[in-house]
Design a protein around this ligand. Sequence first.
Ligand SMILES: NC(=O)c1ccc[n+]([C@@H]2O[C@H](COP(=O)([O-])OP(=O)(O)OC[C@H]3O[C@@H](n4cnc5c(N)ncnc54)[C@H](O)[C@@H]3O)[C@@H](O)[C@H]2O)c1
Ligand SMILES: [Zn+2]
Length: 355
Amino acid sequence: MNKIIISLKKEQCPVYVDYPLSMLGYLLKKHPCGEKVIVITDENAGRLFSEDVVNSLKGAAKKIKVSTIKPGESSKTINVAYNLLKECSLFNMERSDVIVGLGGGVICDLAGFVSSIYLRGIRFISIPTTLLAQVDASIGGKTAINLPWGKNLVGAFHQPFFVLMDFSTLKTLPDREVSQGMAEIIKSAVIRSSKLFNYLKKIDASKVRNYLRYLVPECVMIKKRVVERDEKEEKGIREILNFGHTLGHAIEINSKRLNHGESVSVGMVGETFFAFKKGICSYSTYENVRFLVKKYRLPTRSDVSAEMAAKSILFDKKTKCGKCRFVLPVRIGAVKTGVEITPNEIISNWEKWNE
Ligand SMILES: NC(=O)c1ccc[n+]([C@@H]2O[C@H](COP(=O)([O-])OP(=O)(O)OC[C@H]3O[C@@H](n4cnc5c(N)ncnc54)[C@H](O)[C@@H]3O)[C@@H](O)[C@H]2O)c1
Ligand SMILES: [Zn+2]
């Protein structure tokens, strides 16, 4: 068990790594707050873990309610958020009470968002149960819901009261979900840690579940260091976390078969190729990124055309005056932000790496 503290300007966010769910009640008592708790979860995580969570809370909270939503990205909407706000209100939740988010990144974002706006913000405990949520979504205080025409367009910064990660929850995670998490782990390595990158090169990819105890805290530490320096994404530091995502999001929106992690994998390979073409990194850096993505059985190519991806990139939040700003690797472990790439450059290089 390992406690990592994220130190922010106005608050501290403890991340309890490798703590059993059964310790939730004990931890809640250590961080005094109100008497009511709403656990927001989805049907999958709820079925697997809500009983343990509620049992653990029994010694620490007087009233406990579980709100279960449908799993998946389609629940990150204003309507689902509204229903959850209504449930909080009908349960007479007060400012000192707590919302627990139990599930993957969708729950982190949605339950975090509801916590950030209910009564102008109440305490939020995050219990991430997917690899992607443990290495990324639960850390850093970004919460969000989608609008019908774009992802994460509504949200707030709201740091969790604390985060509890129980590695045993990952045992039930399907392999494809583990791979999505691996894509974000590779991203963390490329942007900040050649040590982690070399470790990923060395270990047996078919036994990756055995190495999560090391990989998850490494990624939490990488994100912690970035978020502590640029909590609200104002200084241009936090944007390094978008490596692979500018191209990745454009692929994800248009692809018929690739999920987020898979799209980001293609995005990382493509963006590293752009970096090589622009003379920002060496060809061997490109080869290394491509090798690692392939090693973890993640895709290096997509079913999306260059034209479709370039068009979507124009709608990216980071696009200014028809030029999109990319985060590109300089070498493994270091990136450069704000590199402008035009839609034409994207289109003319597409076939060279998307093969
Ligand atoms: N806020 C951030 O900083 C941040 C960062 C990265 C991603 N995100 C968001 O995270 C979301 C993606 O997260 P995700 O990949 O975890 O998706 P998800 O929450 O939809 O979870 C994936 C699937 O796994 C199921 N599941 C959850 N835990 C399980 C377990 N232990 N065993 C079996 N099944 C389980 C879920 O019910 C779901 O069906 C996206 O909405 C993305 O925008 C946010
Ligand atoms: Zn991502």
